[in-house]
Design a protein. Structure first.
Length: 295
């Protein structure tokens, strides 16, 4: 397992992205820059939770870890101010099975957030607006679009308004189809290629300064080292478990082969015994025939 230096990480890497959001000097400014670039408007009163973990209802049910959960910025619905949640997920993936399950993963994230959004007895109208935002270096749908905006709708009446407060936004960093602002397109390139050369506008230059601050921070370096050591430990444990599984499978195969051979030997022995018994029976009959007096 090869370690990359902290200086080599891009904002697509979970560690650097979350370090940017939780750092005292950069967190609030970086969060505002991200949302402004994504939604082209200002945001206020934001509460950021990086690497927020939602445990399962019990040990048999799966929980979820959201990379960045941002709360705040109310939306007015029929006179009520409804708070919004923005879950931002930089996602690097090359596993076909995981990519195929992408829509269900999005559905699960929405469900997890919704399940924690209402207190007992609260009206459903108070359910928060939830935006799950994926920034991907792969195309989960295969249409080469830079932006996919996904909402629920009625199939029979596609023009019918059906606002359930759930929206999934997928940004594909290499997508060529679709219309987005030049600033957002530059930001997506910068997410994958985070360095001074790609900080081509004022917002990105500001972000690059924040990245430099975080990467030079000794505490962040220590956290990165610890996280890598933890990943190495988990990787080693996984390898060890894999080897043990392999050995166990090998031993099981040997046992099965031994049992199979034993069974074959038992069958062969049984057949030999039957044949020997039959031979004795024939010899006895032959003896009786020979000893039978002739007329």
């Amino acid at each position: 397992m090869q370690k990359r230096k902290l200086e080599e990480l891009s904002l697509m890497d979970d560690f650097l992205f979350n370090a940017m959001l939780t750092h005292l000097e950069t967190g609030e400014k970086f969060t505002n820059k991200i949302l402004k670039l994504l939604f082209n408007r200002e945001f206020k009163n934001l509460k950021v939770s990086a690497q927020k973990v939602y445990a399962g209802m019990n040990t048999d049910l799966r929980g979820a870890r959201l990379d960045v959960c941002i709360e705040g910025d109310c939306v007015s619905i029929e006179g009520d101010e409804i708070p919004s949640v923005y879950d931002v997920e930089p996602d690097q993936n090359n596993k076909a099975k995981d990519i195929a399950a992408f829509p269900r993963r999005s559905r699960f994230y929405h469900a997890i957030i919704d399940s924690r959004s209402l207190k007992s007895g609260e009206d459903f109208g108070k359910l928060k607006q939830v935006y799950v935002i994926f920034i991907c270096n792969y195309d989960p749908f295969g249409y080469d679009r830079v932006l996919y905006t996904i909402k629920n709708r009625c199939l029979e009446e596609p023009e019918m308004n059906y606002d359930d407060g759930a929206e999934t936004i997928v940004l594909y960093t290499k997508g060529t189809k679709g219309t987005i602002s030049e600033e957002l397109r530059q930001f997506l390139n910068y997410m994958e290629n985070t360095d001074q050369n790609n900080a081509v506008n004022e917002d990105l230059k500001d972000i690059q300064k924040m990245v430099d601050v975080v990467k030079r921070d000794g505490e962040v370096s220590l956290q990165y080292m610890k996280s890598f050591e933890h990943d190495q430990l988990m990787y080693a444990q996984g390898e060890a478990a894999g080897r043990e599984d392999g050995l166990r499978a090998g031993r099981l195969a040997e046992i099965k082969n031994t049992e199979r051979e034993k069974k074959r030997a038992d069958i062969a022995e049984s057949r030999a015994d039957m044949a020997q018994s039959r031979i004795k029976e024939l010899e006895a009959e032959l003896k009786k025939y020979r000893e039978k007096p002739t007329a």
